[in-house]
Design a protein around this ligand. Sequence first.
Ligand code: LMR
Length: 329
Amino acid sequence: AVVLAACGDDEATTSGESNGDDVQEMTIKFSHVVAENTPKHQGALAMKEYIEKESDGAIEVEIYPNSSLFGDQDEYQNLVSNNVQFIAPDLSKFVGNNPQFNVPSLPFMFDNDEEAIKFWDGEKGQEILGSLEGDGVVGLSMWPNGGKHVTNNERPIDSPDDFEGLKFRTQGGQVLEAIYAALGAGSESIPFGELYTALDQGVVEGQENTFSNIESKKFDEVQKYMTVMNHTRVDYAIFTNTKFWESMNDATKEIVEAGIDEGTEVAREEAKSLNEKALELIRERGQVEIIELTPEQIEEFRTTLEPIYDEFEDEIGADVYEAAREAAK
Ligand code: LMR
């Protein structure tokens, strides 16, 4: 049976009979930049399976991983043009549209997925996800990946001073830039699909990412050291095109929405264990020296990065800080 859509406004919608409407035949494209063995892809797969099954094959969902359809540079524009119906970018890639998308980059704000989920599911988080409306884009639910850790090729990093003079690739955004500047390092935003080569060729000495992204893209092959930091996060949300979203009849939308809920559940369930497994694999491969910080060393980073909060309070908003701190309690 079809699960009732969370925001369906028609109470009478049940399996296959909503207002006499048939489920619309269509092909939906879902494009993303990461590998298949990741929380994002597993969520997308669960969404695909649910939608195809519940629509009896009327709706086909094509997933394009590994930037194989669109990459960081062009996936948003293609969503706006409805060339792709779903994307799930790292939220920090939207900081050009709204600086409040810097929340995952606020240093040491969230300790774990639960806290981040609580923020994005809350009122402020939902407001931020809805802020791309003017572009004809609807923000749906948040999917976590996890905390980010720093890899580099120059030296084992265990204190802020160790960053001096190095250049790091970031996902982009004012806050990440300020973090590296505060650490005496440089930074550059490079598309995810070009990162392995950039590390290999020494365009940058390092980068920050989740264990899952580091392992599945084999960044450890081209890096020597990895410091377990958990100072910032990769979190996603599912975004769709408003015109596409509104073009669905009730019966169709109900299935698609329930499919997204299914994907959300899987992505949220899998994120932690996939990252833990990825860390184990990185350990087993033995390509990077892994540096685990003591609580005192983490405190030193915390103190060094604390001024970032004042620097961005006006731009991001005291209300957003407050909501994030509340979720992080
Ligand atoms: C990155 O660019 O490093 C990540 O945001 C990629 C992703 O989607 O997880």
